[in-house]
Design a protein around this ligand. Structure first.
Ligand SMILES: NC(=O)c1ccc[n+]([C@@H]2O[C@H](COP(=O)([O-])OP(=O)(O)OC[C@H]3O[C@@H](n4cnc5c(N)ncnc54)[C@H](O)[C@@H]3O)[C@@H](O)[C@H]2O)c1
Length: 361
């Protein structure tokens, strides 16, 4: 049966890395005989320039009609330097998450052994890091009421959570833990935030349904420290929107670079697959971006979106082989950088495809 995949390249390095993710999906389709049909649509700054809004209705309709979405990133320096602009690229992403009901953002943080020396931390601390984050994606301060007083002197972002929102992501995290090392760490700020006290109460209730899973509760500030002290302690981490955003970026550095981390956002309908990094306009258009996060997002699309586990494994293995052969984009060149074979975005993408071909022959 044909699968329709919507490609949304977005801004900055988005188009460069997404082209590599798409090429990998095309290669997988050709090798396994899958029928993938691709369409492309706009979102973010480029969509604002073309249509005046960050998420044109046409893109949203295509998204709803597709079986999975591979997304790049949105964002442009113009908006970052002018917070008064009312139409902003990230509005497209937030509307997409809310309206597609993408409440669970799953972020695997796995250290490839080959990247031990690309981590900011000592190899003996990070070796074996394999964490699965569940970041709540449609609640919290990102979506609560936003206020700016008339005189501009006061602002607030309401952090709101409902019981059902905590419960459904907690269930996803516990179910995943059962297929892994059976440990869930729930991260909150229950010592100060009422929304966190609700979070903890609900996670404790869900945990009782999973007696075979070891549950811990950790404050977000302590977690930030423990993640760089003992990253290998963690198995599954479940947390709310803002803490999840910050802690996963921190953990990206534990495993080498933002350019290595993929994510899957899922809910009740179409899944949305994207690297965790942003539009990185400091390196856009220079063939410097690491495309592996987009390629690994394509692997998550195969695995979580379509249940094609074997094909996903082949993509992950192809990435590992390319790293083992010493190829690096500059963001993951390690302390022993002189030994690395530094390549650009396009070459890295081509190497993964070549490795995939050799594996599948
Ligand atoms: N999901 C998204 O679309 C998303 C997420 C985060 C930030 N943003 C937006 O992106 C823009 C830039 O934000 P930022 O600089 O804080 O975050 P960023 O993730 O774009 O970049 C942070 C740093 O990591 C580097 N980096 C990121 N991805 C890389 C890759 N694939 N290869 C090599 N290096 C990489 C960048 O060069 C930069 O130095 C902003 O407008 C922000 O709003 C979008």
């Amino acid at each position: 049966m044909q699968k329709n995949i919507l490609i949304i390249p977005g801004d900055g390095i988005g188009p460069e890395v997404t082209a590599c993710g798409k090429a990998v999906l095309e290669e997988v389709a050709a090798r396994y005989g899958y029928a993938f049909a691709f369409e492309e649509a706009q979102m973010g700054h480029e969509a604002i320039l073309a249509t005046g809004v960050a998420l044109p209705d046409e893109t949203f309709e295509k998204a709803k009609a597709s079986d999975a979405i591979l997304f790049g990133a949105v964002g442009h320096v113009r908006y970052d330097n002018d917070p008064t602009l009312k139409v902003r690229p990230e509005q497209g992403l937030f509307r997409m998450r809310k309206e597609l009901g993408l409440y669970a953002n799953i972020r695997p943080v796995i250290l490839f052994d080959e990247l031990l020396d690309a981590s900011s931390l000592k190899p003996e601390i990070v070796k074996g890091t394999d964490i699965l984050f569940f970041r709540e994606l449609t609640g919290g301060a990102y979506f609560g009421e936003k206020v700016r007083s008339e005189d501009g002197e006061m602002a607030s972002d309401l952090m709101v959570y409902h019981r059902y929102e905590v419960e459904r992501i907690a269930v996803k995290a516990f179910e995943a833990a059962r297929t892994r090392r059976k440990k869930v760490c729930s991260v909150d700020k229950a010592n100060v935030l009422e929304s966190s006290r609700l979070w903890r109460e609900v996670v404790q209730q869900v945990a009782r349904r999973y007696p075979d899973v070891e549950t811990t509760h950790m404050l977000a500030d302590n977690t930030a420290m423990q993640l760089i002290k003992h990253p290998t302690w963690f198995d599954v981490i479940v947390t709310e929107n803002l803490f999840g955003d910050i802690l996963t970026d921190e953990t990206a550095q534990v495993v080498g670079s933002m350019g290595m981390l993929a994510s899957a956002s899922i809910g009740d309908g179409t899944g949305f697959f994207e690297p965790i990094h942003g539009s990185a306009y400091d390196i856009a258009g220079q063939d410097k971006a690491n495309p592996l996060a987009s390629i690994l997002s394509a692997a998550l699309l195969l695995e979580i979106g379509f249940g094609m586990k074997e094909a996903a494994k082949q993509v992950n293995d192809a990435v590992a082989r390319v790293l083992k052969a010493g190829y690096r984009t500059s963001d993951i060149s390690g302390r022993m950088g002189h030994k690395d074979k530094i390549v650009g975005t396009r070459e890295m993408g081509a190497l993964v495809i070549q490795s995939l071909r050799e594996q599948l022959l």
